[in-house]
Design a binder for this molecule. Sequence first.
Ligand code: SF4
Length: 215
Amino acid sequence: MPETLIVNEIFHSIQGESTYAGLPCVFVRLTGCRLRCAWCDTAYAFDEGVAMSLDEIIFKVRAHGFPLVEITGGEPLLQPNVLPLLTRLCNLGLTVLLETSGTEDIANVDPRVIKIMDLKSPSSGESAQNRCANLRHLTAKDEIKFVLADRADYDWAKHQLAEHDLGNRCAILFSPVWGKLPLKTLAEWILADHLTVRLQTQRQKHIWGPDTRGV
Ligand code: SF4
């Protein structure tokens, strides 16, 4: 019986977020998430998907012909077979990104994988789900992403930075909720506080439009 995963979509686009933003990238979006963030923009990945073997997924990823691949969701770590997929993609010499909500255990992810982990802010409604134990598994090549909807979220994120000394752990991304918090406002707050964090926007939405899927 081949190892399989439930896959929502595989496509290539310009990486919109993280320190890899702007680079061509192949995306594998896995199905399923147990959270329901208030501002989720991929609810279609909660249950739409088809079973594919790891061989099929890898064949499709390679067919797109780019050296950067991101496994995303939904929440990819809900499906145990994502772990061998990540390892096999690394073995091919690809640069492998894993985007995770931060609520599932990341301890067994192949150390070559670059983890981009959310810390869910209060406005998401899911901040109680943050798994603080994950922080000790992050290394300098990994990234922590805060998606912020308002000043209360921003102040909360600042507190997390100080409490866990996150700035000395890995790259920190501050991203405004699309259509809720103006980029300029967040930029002004970061500058006023002299925070060493990376302001990011969802570049894919600027390029393709906010509601376009599979790009
Ligand atoms: S973790 Fe991601 S996919 Fe799941 S509800 Fe939150 S934003 Fe949506």
